[in-house]
Design a protein around this ligand. Structure first.
Ligand code: M7G
Length: 183
């Protein structure tokens, strides 16, 4: 018998194709709801660091699309970790796996309810990891998630992880979005 996870999860893959719209470039790869099915998926897909520039993986609770437009994300935001270029070879894959294990293992306790999903962006300027939560006004929940995330990744630097509301990211045009929280 397989070990059930508390939630069902969907892995998405984004591949940039200028001939198509952003939403069309998001593809569902697989659903899983057991530990064993997670590991068999993880073991046979490319690791994040092997993806080409512009690609993303997203892992979201089943039924939530990895987009601002989804009603569960609409009023939400994300904890964002911006990596330096050199961290792709040293940290990226370990961090991404740890983020996934936090999600599927419900590491955020009562704040796990607030979790929508997580994203890894592979970018020439520097890769990004983020955890998306449902309510950008839920300060206590957001802070708990941010602190736990930092602890689980073993990040010590103060202020290195920032939370931004999707509503601010959407409007961002060249200028930096307004960060609401940091840990
Ligand atoms: P990104 O891929 O999050 O980061 O956003 P990047 O700038 O490092 O590549 C790039 C662009 O993708 C945004 O400016 C939007 O045009 C589009 N985009 C990103 N997200 C997360 C969304 C989304 O949730 N919905 C829509 N419609 N477009 C998005």
């Amino acid at each position: 018998i397989k070990h059930p996870l508390q939630n069902q999860w969907t892995l998405w893959f984004f591949k940039p194709d200028r001939a198509k719209g952003w939403e069309e470039n998001q593809r569902e790869v697989i659903h899983f709801d057991t530990i064993e099915d997670f590991w068999s998926t993880h073991n046979h897909i490319k690791s994040a660091s092997e993806l080409s520039a512009g690609c993303d993986y997203s892992l979201f609770k089943a039924g939530i699309k990895p987009m601002w437009e989804d009603p569960r994300n609409n009023n939400g935001g994300r904890w964002l970790i911006s990596l330096e270029k050199k961290q792709r070879s040293s940290e990226l894959d370990n961090y991404w796996l740890e983020v996934i294990l936090c999600l599927i293992g419900e590491a955020f306790e009562e704040s796990s309810e607030d979790i929508c999903g997580a994203v890894v962006n592979i970018r020439p300027k520097g890769d990004k990891l983020s955890i998306w939560t449902a309510d950008c006004t839920n300060r206590d929940g957001i802070m708990k998630i941010g602190q736990k995330l930092k602890e689980r990744l073993g990040i010590q630097t103060k202020g290195s992880i920032v939370y931004e509301a999707h509503n601010d990211s959407m409007k961002k045009s060249g200028s930096v979005a307004k960060f609401r929280y940091t840990v």
